[in-house]
Design a binder for this molecule. Structure first.
Ligand SMILES: NC(=O)c1ccc[n+]([C@@H]2O[C@H](COP(=O)([O-])OP(=O)(O)OC[C@H]3O[C@@H](n4cnc5c(N)ncnc54)[C@H](O)[C@@H]3O)[C@@H](O)[C@H]2O)c1
Length: 291
C-alpha cells in the first residue's frame, strides 16, 4: 500500500522527528499527544527544526512542510490514517493502552507500527484485532539525521504490512534493514551490551565518565562516547531496555548496573531532564556521577 496519510502517536524525542521527516517527504501527518500542552510543545519543536533547516538553505519552505502536519489529542481523528506509528514512552502498559484505544478507530487496511526499542512487536499486536497488519518501525535518534530504519516482521506480520513499512521507509529516505522480533532487534542487541559494559567499567574504576567517553571517541572514532550516548537516548529508556532484554535472553551482558538504576530512581534521565551521567546546566556539560 502506498502511504500518503500517516499518524505519529507520542511526539517527544522520537515522535517529533518521525513527524518531521514524514512531512518533509510530502506525506500528510497527524500527530497525537496526550495533552494540549505536550502537543503545543511538540509542534513548536518541529517548527523550530524546520526553520533551522530553512535558514541553513536545506529546505525551501518550512511553512509548506509545516502545513502538512496537524495535531490532536483525540484518537478519533485517526480514522483516515493508512499508517499509524506509536512513539510513546518505553512503558509497556502505556503502549498497550494506546493500541487498545486506537485499534477500533482505524480503517480495516491501516497498518500499525511500534517504534519500541525493546518490547515484543507481537506482544503489542495481540491487543489489537489486526496482528497481521502490525509491524515494528524502529527509528534512530535524531530521526532527521540518522539514516537507518529497522523494519520488524513479527511472527504474524503479513508480507503486505512489511512491504508497506519498507516502502514508507524508502519514501522518507531511510536505509532499511529487516530485523527479527527479538528484544533489541539488531542495533540495540549489539549496542546495549557496549553501553552496559561502559557503566560496569566506570563502576570498577577503569576511568572517569569523561575519560571513558574521550577514549571511545578518540580510540574508536565513535561520534560520541558511551555516557554521552546514554544521556542522549534517555536513561529511563535504556533502563527499560536492560530489563526487557535481560528477561528475554537471561544474559548478564544486558543486566542494568547499579548506577543506571540509581540515576533513574533519582529522576536523572539524561539530556531530557537536564542531568544524567552529565549535568547539562554547565557548558560544556560536566560529569555528574563520581565513584
Ligand atoms: N530516545 C531514543 O534514542 C530512542 C531511539 C529509538 C526508539 N526509541 C523509542 O521511541 C519511543 C519514544 O521514546 P522517546 O525517547 O521519544 O520518549 P519521550 O519521552 O521523549 O517521548 C514520549 C512522548 O509520548 C507522549 N505520550 C505518552 N503517553 C501518550 C499517550 N497515551 N498518547 C499520546 N502521547 C503520549 C509523551 O507526552 C511524550 O511526548 C520509546 O518506545 C523508545 O524506546 C527511543
Amino acid at each position: 500500500m502506498d502511504v500518503d496519510r500517516v499518524a505519529v502517536i507520542g511526539c517527544g524525542t522520537m515522535g517529533h522527528g518521525i513527524a518531521q521527516v514524514s512531512a518533509q517527504a510530502g506525506l500528510n501527518v497527524l500527530v497525537i499527544e496526550q495533552s494540549t500542552e505536550a502537543l503545543a510543545r511538540a509542534l513548536e519543536r518541529i517548527e523550530k527544526a524546520l526553520d533551522r533547516l530553512q535558514s541553513r538553505g536545506k529546505l525551501d519552505s518550512a511553512a509548506v512542510v509545516r502545513d502538512r502536519i496537524t495535531g490532536s489529542t483525540d484518537v478519533a481523528t485517526l480514522s483516515d490514517r493508512q499508517l499509524v506509528i506509536e512513539a510513546v514512552d518505553e512503558h509497556l502498559e502505556t503502549k498497550l493502552d494506546v493500541w487498545r484505544s486506537v485499534d477500533p478507530v482505524l480503517g480495516p487496511n491501516t497498518v500499525c507500527a511500534t517504534n519500541t526499542s525493546s518490547f515484543s512487536v507481537i506482544g503489542q499486536a495481540m491487543v489489537t484485532g489486526r496482528a497481521e497488519q502490525f509491524i515494528g518501525l524502529h527509528f534512530f535518534n535524531p530521526v532527521a539525521v540518522m539514516n537507518l530504519l529497522e523494519v520488524i516482521r513479527s511472527i504474524a506480520s503479513s508480507d503486505t504490512a512489511v512491504a508497506t513499512g519498507q516502502d514508507f521507509g524508502r519514501r522518507i529516505g531511510k536505509d532499511i534493514v529487516l530485523a527479527p522480533d527479538r528484544a533489541g532487534f539488531i542495533v540495540n542487541r549489539l549496542l546495549l551490551p557496549y553501553c552496559v559494559d561502559a557503566i560496569n567499567a566506570f563502576e570498577s574504576g577503569f576511568g572517569s565518565i569523561e575519560d571513558i567517553d574521550t577514549a571511545m571517541r578518540g580510540g574508536c572514532g565513535y561520534p560520541m562516547g558511551p555516557f554521552t550516548l546514554l544521556d542522549f537516548v534517555g536513561l529511563d529508556t535504556v533502563f527499560t531496555m536492560t530489563e526487557v532484554m535481560w528477561t528475554e535472553y537471561a544474559d548478564a551482558r544486558f543486566a542494568a548496573p547499579p548506577t543506571l538504576r540509581k540515576l533513574v530512581e533519582a529522576g536523572f534521565l539524561g539530556r531530557k531532564s537536564g542531568r544524567g551521567f552529565y549535568d547539562y546546566a554547565s557548558d560544556p556539560p560536566r560529569a555528574a556521577v563520581h565513584r
